[in-house]
Design a protein around this ligand. Structure first.
Ligand SMILES: *[C@@H]1O[C@H](CO)[C@@H](O)[C@H](O)[C@H]1NC(C)=O
Ligand SMILES: *[C@@H]1O[C@H](CO)[C@@H](O)[C@H](O)[C@H]1NC(C)=O
Ligand SMILES: *[C@@H]1O[C@H](CO)[C@@H](O)[C@H](O)[C@H]1NC(C)=O
Ligand SMILES: *[C@@H]1O[C@H](CO)[C@@H](O)[C@H](O)[C@H]1NC(C)=O
Ligand SMILES: CC(=O)N[C@H]1CO[C@H](CO)[C@@H](O)[C@@H]1O
Length: 502
């Protein structure tokens, strides 16, 4: 009797389980049919959605793993279309765009596509208080705009070619050159040097000190290590990864905020060699009543955006250079025959004096860069025949443009002289620095820094691989979703043999 009861109970239990599995499966299919078949019919003007398996999560897992692959696979799964495509990433609706017409419309649209939300989001994730954000957004009568926008003007004024850049650049140059003197580089008798560390030494500290003054490095030289660590983990801030999974990022970030608060305590005279824009912004932020903590957050954000790309570009460029003898000889001849003063000449003169090096630089950005432009859709926006709904975001992964075969033949090959054809860099498909309101104002500084680094190194020294037969080309870190210049696998390096020029 008892046995019968138990077996009946058991079978009822299995029935109940079966029932809930069946209803779950039905519900799931209903959701799929609604999402990817019925709903699109009601929204014919909106771009197609790329189907996904798990509600809310959407394409998040693959996207965070490799955003370029995620976008490429999405296009392939939709028949290789160049139309905008909808993707859901952790509950947020994104549209990815690709065609040159959409790209141009995207960068030119300053009305219904906004970059401000993204900037604000980053400030908040970096730890800026609500009060600070409000003050950044408030119109400052004497500037006729809010601090976010005034700050962007200040950057442009400092970093785009013009009097303020001309005044700034020689100070940067002096600092880049300092670690490359014979005394510094070879003084201790060491001739083998890590390329990764050399790029860091010549580009990170020097750029940071040019912006905030030399005292910034005296406060705590280990700030550079913290910054490199933070930069490595910062994609979690870009992608708004929830706190339990991004504690490492926030710990590194908080260490930098603490650092800047210590730096802030230095007497003003010690910071008088800070750049014009850093001092001007400091004054404006104080005037607007931002707390010291929020100003520190701002200083951290400035350092992050100013430092994170150039040294990686330098690393890849030099790695390509020393692994290719023919290319190396061309660039070495160029570096040794041009006048050193040309490093300080106009943009046009710089390009005319170092054409091969600048072509190599552009190809490095094309080949190992992966910048992503992002906008928030403020009101319904027409892109070609499609309407992008308000509240969503549009992302443009520039990598997809840079591997377009009809624009860049043999796009999967590194070809150092590719950009000797001057038309190529002018094509709308070459966007290493984004465009429109987010067009990177540091693009001229970064280029000049790299050219100066290579020219000083090659014209002063004989350079080669320390171990020509065993040196392997550094591998790309394909696991981390980098934005901007891609990073090599941790520990992959190039060891150089550097001796005085014979
Ligand atoms: C700053 O001001 C501009 C207009 O001057 C406005 O569009 C923007 O929303 C304001 N806020 C932010 C965060 O930029
Ligand atoms: C931010 O940088 C400015 C410019 O160098 C400096 O004067 C100020 O003390 C810094 N403040 C903080 C909190 O980091
Ligand atoms: C690739 O480049 C060609 C030539 O510049 C252009 O016509 C074409 O539309 C591009 N395709 C995509 C998908 O960007
Ligand atoms: C390199 O690209 C820039 C645009 O980023 C362009 O202005 C420059 O003319 C290009 N130079 C060469 C040699 O390709
Ligand atoms: C995007 C990309 O993968 N580009 C190249 C960057 O450099 C490495 C070298 O390690 C190449 O293998 C990649 O193809």
């Amino acid at each position: 009797m008892a046995l019968i009861t138990i077996s009946r109970m058991l079978s009822e239990r299995t029935n109940a389980t079966n029932l809930s599995i069946v209803s779950f499966v039905l519900l799931y299919f209903a959701w799929r049919v609604w999402m990817f078949t019925a709903r699109p019919l009601l929204r014919l003007k909106e771009p197609k959605q790329v189907p996904y398996m798990i509600p809310f999560l959407g394409h998040a897992l693959i996207f965070f793993r490799d955003s370029n692959k995620a976008c490429r696979d999405a296009r392939t799964s939709m028949g290789g279309t160049q139309e905008p495509l909808g993707m859901v990433i952790a509950g947020e609706q994104f549209y990815i765009i690709n065609s040159p017409e959409d790209v141009t419309a995207f960068y030119n649209n300053k009305k219904s596509l906004s970059f401000d939300e993204y900037v604000q989001d980053v400030l908040i994730s970096m730890g800026c208080s609500a009060d600070g954000v409000e003050k950044m957004n408030k119109i400052q009568p004497h500037l006729k705009k809010n601090l976010t926008h005034a700050g962007e003007d200040f950057y442009r004024s400092q970093f785009l070619p013009g009097p303020r850049f001309n005044e700034f650049w020689p100070k940067v140059y002096t600092r880049i050159e300092a670690p490359l003197t014979q005394e510094k580089l070879l003084g201790s008798g060491i001739t083998q040097h890590s390329l990764w560390h050399l790029c860091r030494a010549a580009l990170l500290g020097p750029t940071l000190a040019s912006i905030f003054g030399d005292a910034v490095l005296e406060t705590d030289p280990s700030i550079i290590d913290t910054m490199v660590l933070f930069d490595d983990l910062s994609w979690k801030i870009n992608y708004k990864i929830p706190l339990p999974f991004s504690r490492d990022t926030h710990a590194a970030k908080n260490k930098m905020i603490d650092f800047f608060q210590k730096y802030a305590d230095l007497p003003v005279e010690k910071k008088s060699d800070a750049s014009w824009f850093a001092r001007s912004l400091q004054e404006e932020m104080e005037h607007a009543g931002l707390s010291e903590h929020d100003i520190a957050v701002f200083n951290v954000s400035v350092s992050w955006t100013a430092l994170s790309n150039a040294f990686k570009a330098c690393f890849w460029l030099m790695a390509f250079l020393v692994h290719d003898t023919v290319l190396f000889n061309v660039i070495q001849d160029e570096a040794r025959s041009a006048q050193l003063e040309d490093l300080h000449a106009s943009e046009a003169k710089l390009e005319a004096s170092y054409p091969h090096l600048i072509s190599l630089y552009n190809e490095t950005l094309r080949y190992n860069g992966s910048s992503v432009s992002i906008r928030t859709v403020v009101s319904p926006t027409q892109l070609g025949q499609f309407t992008i709904p308000a509240g969503s975001r549009i992302i443009l992964p520039t990598r997809q443009l840079h591997i377009n075969e009809s624009a860049f033949r043999n796009s999967h090959h590194f070809q150092a002289d590719r950009f000797m054809d001057p038309k190529l860099a002018k094509s709308p498909g070459f966007r290493p620095f984004g465009g429109g309101v987010s067009y990177c104002p540091g693009r001229y500084l970064a280029r000049r820094e790299l050219v100066a680094f290579v020219v000083v190194l090659l014209s002063r020294y004989d350079i080669g691989l320390a171990n020509p037969t065993q040196s392997t080309f550094p591998r790309l870190d394909e696991v981390k979703p980098s934005v901007g210049m891609l990073t090599p696998v941790l520990g992959d390096d190039v060891i150089l043999l550097i001796t005085p020029r014979s």
